[in-house]
Design a protein around this ligand. Structure first.
Ligand code: ZN
Length: 419
């Protein structure tokens, strides 16, 4: 999984390597259409009210863990607007403590004049004029103003560096209370020696290290560096790949959510561009189902990507099924390196079944998808889900599915329905 995310990052970057800030920057989804700048005069530091900006293209933002605040003095507006303002104040205070050189005086002024109650009153008033819905969200950020110019703190280099430092040291460089940073070690992911490594790279909240068997001797918080040492470069690359995958490559197959990770078989920048374009231009994945597709998902990414190579297996697709609840992210199954030719074959089989006139009921269109197969596996409980996943695994990995097992299963389901 981790190495696949690094490979995905290579596709995203094409020929040019991005900086660590660019990789770690999660940005905001396009639905954040309105930004409210909390403005302070650049010279005097006085609070001068709010200004509106459209869109969120250039924001620099990393979500804080738990109830914390983002380091770049930018927050998506939450239901409790006072708490959002409070987080921004805390963020500015924190920047005040660490900033030096260029923005020291500026941030000091801001923290001095940042009165949460006044700012919050203004925001409450402002919110009455801004339409808000799930497609039109609002974010707040702290900025200085110089005449007409808005200078957001998140654009300052020192602030961006602080974001990186915080991510690496506070989030990934500590495990529980233990510091877990070491110099001159070999990175588990890229294999480079002599690196500064971090032991608690827990972005995915799982220590499934891309291999079966996990960690010999068990996992221990006290030994994260022994368990999973990762270098800065790799942390940034995995984070960037993961953010992209969450945004563009998360799909649902009959209720089972999965991330699809393309992996190029050849070093081909042109192909990277084609794939990237295909992935980014897609409508966001939805959970609604249209039955003409094999996965019963509206956007049939599998078919689209399988066609990229024009019949040749120039890339493979890894499907990572997962469960997500609050803070934990768990891989439930991984189907590695499915070939496009295999996907084409599955489509052919699907069409063959659908055109079989014995299976058709009257003149109605008949669609055969994995949902049809899912019905064979029972009531949707834990056991039946596991069974369904094993069928999917067998089909994509080109292994045999014993039809007798399926028929038996169908018999059990039917008799239960009759009972
Ligand atoms: Zn590395």
């Amino acid at each position: 999984m981790f190495t696949k995310l690094i490979e995905l990052n290579q596709i995203i970057e094409g020929g040019k390597t991005r900086s660590i800030v660019e990789r770690l920057n999660q940005g905001l989804p396009d639905t954040y259409k309105h930004g409210i700048a909390i403005c302070f005069d650049l010279n005097s530091g006085q609070y001068v009210g709010l200004r509106l900006v459209e869109g969120c293209q250039d924001v620099v933002y990393m979500k804080a863990s738990g109830n914390g605040f983002a380091t770049t003095a930018l927050q998506p507006l939450s239901e409790k607007s006072m708490s959002t303002v409070n987080k921004l104040k805390r963020s500015a205070d924190a920047l005040h403590l660490v900033s030096f050189f260029t923005i020291k005086k500026q941030v000091e002024n801001i923290t001095e004049h940042f009165d949460e109650t006044t700012v919050h009153e203004d925001i409450k008033k402002k919110l009455q004029d801004i339409p808000q819905s799930k497609d039109e969200r609002i974010y707040l950020f702290v900025a200085s103003v110089d005449g007409d110019k808005i200078l957001p703190l998140y654009k300052e280099m020192e602030v961006q560096e602080q974001m990186v430092k915080n991510a690496l040291h506070e989030q990934y460089g500590k495990a529980e209370k233990f510091l877990s940073i070491e110099n001159d070690r070999t990175c588990y992911l890229c294999g480079k020696a002599g690196q500064k490594v971090y032991g608690n790279f827990s972005m995915l909240k799982c220590y499934n290290l891309d291999k079966r068997g996990m960690i010999t001797g068990g996992f221990s918080y006290r030994q994260p560096l022994k368990n999973f040492p990762v270098c800065e470069e790799c942390i940034a690359a995995v984070s960037s790949g993961y953010d992209f995958a969450k945004k563009y490559l998360t799909f649902s197959m009959c209720g089972e959510r999965y991330i699809l990770l393309p992996n190029l078989q050849t070093k081909d920048e042109e192909l990277s561009d084609v794939i990237l374009e295909k992935l980014q231009d897609r409508e966001p994945a939805t959970l609604s189902s249209k039955l003409e597709k094999i996965t019963a998902a509206e956007n049939e990414i599998l078919e689209e990507l399988a066609e990229v190579g024009g019949g040749k297996d120039v890339l493979t697709l890894t499907m990572v099924f997962f469960e997500e609840s609050n803070a934990s992210w768990k891989i439930t199954a991984e189907i590695p390196e499915v070939l496009p030719s295999r996907i084409n074959l599955i489509y052919k089989a699907k069409h063959a079944v659908e055109s079989n006139r014995y299976l058709k009921m009257g003149d109605k269109n008949f669609h055969y998808t994995f949902r049809s197969l899912q019905r064979f596996t029972g009531d949707g409980g834990k056991l039946s889900r596991r069974k369904f996943m094993s069928y999917i695994d067998a089909i994509f990995s080109d292994r045999d599915l014993d039809e007798r097992v399926l028929l038996m299963q169908n018999h059990i389901v039917n008799s239960k329905e009759r009972a």
